[in-house]
Design a protein around this ligand. Structure first.
Ligand code: SF4
Ligand code: SF4
Length: 91
């Protein structure tokens, strides 16, 4: 499921990133990839802003406003007449 384009609040501070890969492991939508010992946002529009990456980053290198993406996804689903179930476990 894609959310609205270019609205994700996800950010990675690569100066703090040590490339441990935990953010990529916990991301349910494969938004983040680790290459050259740094995390990269490769699919920002797939981010549902669940916050798992930020919670699991020991270096505090990830920031994301949790919850917004879920709301967008549910609104879009409603407008399209499809299921309004959010795919994450936020609610
Ligand atoms: S969890 Fe944090 S330190 Fe580890 S790769 Fe991701 S952004 Fe970098
Ligand atoms: S907020 Fe959730 S969906 Fe977005 S990159 Fe982080 S773990 Fe993936």
């Amino acid at each position: 499921m894609r959310y609205l384009k270019n609205v994700s609040t996800l950010k990675i501070d690569r100066k703090k990133c040590t490339g441990c890969g935990m953010c990529a492991v916990v991301c349910p939508h494969r938004v983040i990839k680790v290459a050259e010992r740094k995390a990269w946002i490769i699919e920002p529009d797939l981010c549902m802003e669940c916050g798992a990456c930020a919670v699991n980053c020991r270096e505090n290198a990830v920031s994301v406003k949790s919850g917004t993406g879920c709301a967008y996804g549910m609104i879009l689903a409603k407008l399209k007449g499809s299921s309004e179930e959010c795919e994450c476990e936020c609610g």
